[in-house]
Design a protein around this ligand. Sequence first.
Ligand code: C6P
Length: 412
Amino acid sequence: MKEVFELGNRVREDFPILKRLVKGKPLVYLDSAATTQKPIRVIEAIKNYYEKFNANVHRGVYSIAEESTAAYEEAREKVARLINARSPREIVFTRNATEAINLVMYGWGQKNVQQGDVLLTTEMEHHSNLLPWQTLSKLKGADLRFIGFDEEGLLKLEELDNYKNKSVRLFAFTLASNVLGTINPAYELVKYAKEVGAITVVDAAQAVPHMLIDVQQLDCDFMAFSGHKMLGPMGIGVLYGKEKLLEEMEPFMVGGEMVKAVNFRSSEWNDIPWKFEAGTPNVEGAVGLAAAIDYLQRIGMDAVRKYEIKLTEYALDKLVRIDGVIYYGPKSPEQRCGLVSFNLKGIHSHDIATLLDKDGIAIRAGHHCAMPLHNRLGILASARISFYIYNIPSEIDLLAKSLEKIKKLLGT
Ligand code: C6P
């Protein structure tokens, strides 16, 4: 077993926060789907940026401004290589996945969606990949439709047939659910969208950090993810978009940086991707994200994925042994990303999270920004554990022990 989990034991040293105590106990961080912890290399890359070459980008002609611009654009190239985009021009830096999806909604949707068009999504979306399409459907009088999921949290693919003869303009789906853990059959979904003539918006917030995603192979039109869920800092996110679509899109934020020429009454937009990056960008964030990508690539995304499957398998096995635990999503760890949402009979998930904290264990409780999904499951909330490369099985053992203790304490 030691060998299987060698990666976690090896990399833990790189994460200073994992050395701290919480309530006198070693921190057991099981909330990486919310945000991941940061390795020392990322923290140092940011420190180094501020100590050595902090300057605004794309403006100065002096040395440190050129260095800062180079670092910012190198980060874009790294992101492009990570997901195998054709060119860095297809990578727009945003604040997070949420802003990336909103950019598509305002920039592409406002221009291309008309009254009566179908906007297709699924019942397992995070609010960030639902509210933009609700807004667009209201703005344009479009018809927002949903593909459901079954008992095991798998999409009901047969429901796609219902829309084959409709004017589906857009299909927005999550690659990996932040509640069910389900990894959706993205290739099949993109193929379907092409058949019906829809563009695809892939929410990869819980996917890019954990597995190898090749946008050329997948052939999606847009894809969104956040740096802070993949060892990078908060405040930097990514919108991947096919060059042609980005070219045709309107910016939804205007101002400095995103223009070539400005007159009193009209302006000429900058080239992509800068057309979508109005104002001073998050250079620190890009520098940190680049360091995070380097770190992950040194490990290898395939190794990350394999490791998380093993951890998930271990966690599912522990959880099912606890009487009263109901977990959601697929049974097979291979069909899941590294998270498990569950409930413990008779105990509210907030109580579980609060009591676990007393043992230094950090988990998330509530609706995880996916209220309609929880409604579909017939529950208001769930407790969720989520992993990354630095988690080890002994932490899951501590969680299981603590859950048993909570059960005894609350007399269920
Ligand atoms: N989910 C979670 O604890 P932002 O906040 O923009 O970085 O990511 C939004 C987002 C979009 N899609 C999915 C599938 C997500 O899981 C998230 C973020 C966190 O589940 C915070 S609510």
